[in-house]
Design a binder for this molecule. Structure first.
Ligand code: PMP
Length: 418
């Protein structure tokens, strides 16, 4: 990489420039603002889009599912058939490959990994937790809560680089071929958190075909942003379940998603899609944990989201609200930081984040300075296992929650700090 332009400045010029920026920074700091860009939450206007769902079930509604079962009563561990069918279409799988959970896909991921540690997965010789060591590959930057699950369960995390097409598959293939204690990999394959990258077909193929030393290796495929497009030309992700089946590894993948950012975070519906072998085992284990999920919420969701056309329209309404926020951040970054060779970023076509890289070694200081000036960003390092960004350069920007006015001020301050 070439040197930053500033390197060529005379020291007096540089001191003057720093003085001017420091004055601007001090002026911001004295305003004592409180702007939060730390978590990818929908804004209030987005939540309004789904309010109608709250009134979609009347008190005298019979609430029978398509198979005649009573949504008001216990039962139906897989979910109601019409919800399975809607999510099957959303994910491009079959209804029998869908198991519907509670309100959070993160819970399903946590539980899937915890069950693997306690009991193993379908085909395991031993529970993973009985092995001397369990390791997971963590393409990074990635989602901090995935890494937190591994930390909690004392699973050793190995950083794999993210490339514009997805994880560095040369690294992944070499690692999983050589080390049978590597039991899985975390993937956010579409509009990834935080880079906004969608895995290429070649990456999906290689993940499904690769030779793994561990026979019970699993891909944790967190398709959280599968319908969360920002442009009319959405990225297309190859179907991992089909690819794994075609490669002769039908049980390799656990696919997760939820409606947290379609309807209501915290009151949505979460889904696990996987092979019938995997679901068979999980269903038996789940049946000990619960007599069945919240079918009323599933029913509400199916009545509200209806079909793929309707879902698409609903997601376009989300995009209409948040696209201007992404555009504003990208425009500001362009205006303030482009051509200075002190920062780089991705332009996502969907998802919830913009990933900003400063010069090596600067991210924690930028985040600290921004916080002092009233702008809360995700903690530097959070996008890497153990909170340690080896290059200390990645900052995750979550533009959806603040208003456009707040966002403009917050990004000005962020750029100033950079
Ligand atoms: N996965 C990813 C990649 C996410 O970004 C988020 C939310 N920030 C989640 C999962 C959480 O999903 P849920 O609300 O279904 O637990």
């Amino acid at each position: 990489e070439s040197q930053p332009a500033f390197v060529h400045w005379e020291s007096e010029e540089l001191r003057d420039h720093h003085r001017r920026l420091t004055q601007r920074y001090e002026a911001c700091r004295s305003q004592k603002m409180a702007l939060d860009m730390s978590r990818g939450k929908p804004c209030p206007e987005q939540l309004e889009l789904s309010r109608e769902m709250l009134g979609i079930v009347a008190a005298d509604d019979p609430l029978r599912a398509a198979d005649g079962s009573d949504c008001l009563n216990y039962g139906g561990i897989d979910g109601i058939p019409e919800a399975q069918s809607l999510f099957a279409r959303m994910l491009g799988v079959e209804s029998k490959e869908i198991l519907i959970g509670g309100n959070s896909s993160l819970t399903m991921m946590h539980d899937a990994l915890t069950r693997a540690m306690l009991h193993g997965v379908y085909g395991s010789e031993r529970p993973w937790g009985r092995l001397p060591k369990v390791k997971f590959l963590c393409p990074s930057p990635g989602y901090d809560r995935h890494f937190a699950i591994c930390e909690l369960l004392q699973i050793e995390m190995i950083v794999v680089d993210m490339l514009p097409s997805g994880p560095d598959m040369d690294q992944v293939e070499r690692l999983v071929r050589e080390d049978d204690s590597i039991k899985g990999i975390w993937c956010v394959p579409k509009y990834s958190n935080p880079d906004g990258i969608t895995y290429s077909d070649a990456v999906v193929d290689r993940l499904s075909q690769m030779k793994t030393a561990a026979a019970d290796f699993r891909i944790f495929w967190d398709d959280a942003y599968t319908v969360h497009h920002l442009t009319p030309e959405p990225n297309v992700l190859k179907n991992i379940l089909a690819a794994c089946r075609a490669a002769g590894n039908p049980d390799r993948v656990f696919l997760f998603c939820s409606t947290s950012k379609i309807t209501f975070p915290g009151a949505g519906v979460a889904v696990l899609a996987s092979s019938e072998n995997n679901l068979g085992l999980i269903r038996r284990q789940l049946a000990v944990q619960t007599i069945g999920p919240d079918k009323i919420n599933q029913h509400r969701h199916v009545r509200f989201l209806r079909d793929m056309d309707h879902l698409k329209t609903h997601m376009e309404r989300h995009a209409a609200i948040i696209k201007p926020k992404f555009d504003l951040v990208l425009r500001k970054l362009e205006e303030e930081l482009a051509d200075k060779q002190i920062a780089s970023w991705h332009k996502p076509n969907g998802g919830y984040f913009i990933s900003l890289n400063t010069l090596d070694g600067c991210a924690d200081e930028v985040v600290r300075m921004a916080a002092e000036a009233g702008v809360t960003l995700t903690k530097a390092g959070a996008t890497f296992p153990y909170g340690k960004d080896p290059r200390n350069r990645n900052i995750r920007i979550a533009p959806t929650y603040p208003s456009l006015t707040e966002l403009e001020t917050a990004i000005d301050i962020l750029c100033l700090c950079v």
